[in-house]
Design a protein. Structure first.
Ligand code: BTN
Length: 324
């Protein structure tokens, strides 16, 4: 744990902690304590310093700071390195640059705001400052390229599990990896990778989640939603991010332990909002319609045609066809 994280665990909102006590417990000088307090203030912590009383935490910033996240993480791989950015173009681009510099597997890039966030199919992804979760996780080893679609389904399941655990609401999933609530988009997953025929060199597993965003009155009203809009309450983004990293770590260890991702596929089917619906899927070969009939063991969408034949789709953009 960093010295700043340890200082934060020593000071509280309820009472003052003397500089002398902190310096003794952390085995650092009182002037070193003060220097770290200044650094914490620079990160947005409001800390009162009262002569003869000591320090008191007045307010924590609503930011996804590593100093808050690290002490709560109990992961094996994911989050071994956290790269925190107030603002960036896209966390996925940052992750790619870090891979070029040989960053550790499990590195997570976190941004408060993205200027050119992107989604699947070349879409734009909005990340206004301080309202959402936008992360990219770097993975190198363990899975065959054929498992990549399952990894992205599993990432969506991990996000749904984290949302349920922290907020009590149960999102639905839309193949291949969208997170929905009440028919509106709550989040999405973007998996990018570099692979040879039988070996993945790297994967960037990215997630965008709308947490405290407000869409009502914006052009996205009716299409997008957030946890705040779904529950009426603001949620701690830190708690949600910790739960998400914990779940992603489980996916990762399940994938590399040879245990396979089948349990995630099964859970995806349970949360599948397309199941049994008439859907139209835009693919690179044109649009295809049918009744959604689940996901096969490779992560492909099964579509039952009017002739009862099943088509397996590897990728595409699915939408439910309104029934007259
Ligand atoms: C989609 O639904 O199309 C996927 C959205 C993925 C958005 C995330 S936010 C973090 C990461 N950085 C990006 O630019 N995109 C992904």
């Amino acid at each position: 744990m960093s010295v700043e994280a340890r200082i934060l665990s020593e000071i509280s909102e309820e009472h003052y902690s003397s500089g002398e006590d902190i310096s003794r417990k952390l085995n650092i000088s009182r002037s070193a304590v003060w220097k770290h307090i200044v650094k914490l203030r620079q990160q947005g912590y409001e800390i009162e310093a009262a002569p003869r009383h000591g320090y008191r935490l007045v307010r924590r910033p609503d930011k996804l700071l590593p100093v808050e996240i690290i002490p709560q993480l109990k992961t094996e791989k994911v989050g071994g390195r956290l790269v925190y950015l107030e603002e960036t173009g896209s966390t996925a681009d940052e992750a790619r640059e870090l891979i070029g510099r040989g960053t550790l597997e499990g590195t997570v890039v976190i941004a408060e705001k993205q200027l050119s966030g992107r989604g699947r199919m070349g879409r734009q992804w909005l990340t206004p400052p301080g309202e959402a979760i936008a992360i990219s996780v770097v993975l190198y080893s363990g899975i065959a390229p054929t498992q990549a679609p399952l990894l992205s389904l599993s990432t969506a399941v991990a996000a749904a599990r984290a949302v349920s655990a922290v907020t009590g609401i149960e999102p639905q999933l839309k193949w291949p990896n969208d997170i929905y609530y009440g028919g509106r988009k709550l989040g999405g997953v973007l998996v990018e990778m570099s692979a040879e025929l039988d070996r993945i060199k790297w994967i960037i597993d990215s997630i965008g989640l709308n947490v405290n965003n407000r869409f009502s009155g914006t052009p996205l009203e009716g299409k997008a939603t957030s946890i705040y809009e779904a529950t009426g309450a603001r949620v701690s983004r830190t708690s949600l991010l910790v739960a998400l990293l914990q779940e992603l770590d489980r996916v990762w260890s399940q994938a590399v332990s040879g245990g396979g991702l089948e349990p995630y596929r099964v859970e995806f089917e349970r949360l599948d909002m397309l199941q049994g619906k008439t859907v139209s899927v835009k693919t690179t070969d044109g649009a295809i319609s049918g009744t959604a009939a689940g996901i096969n063991t490779d992560g492909r969408l099964l579509l039952r045609g009017s002739d009862d034949n099943i088509t397996e789709l590897f990728s595409g953009e699915a939408s439910i066809v309104a029934q007259m």
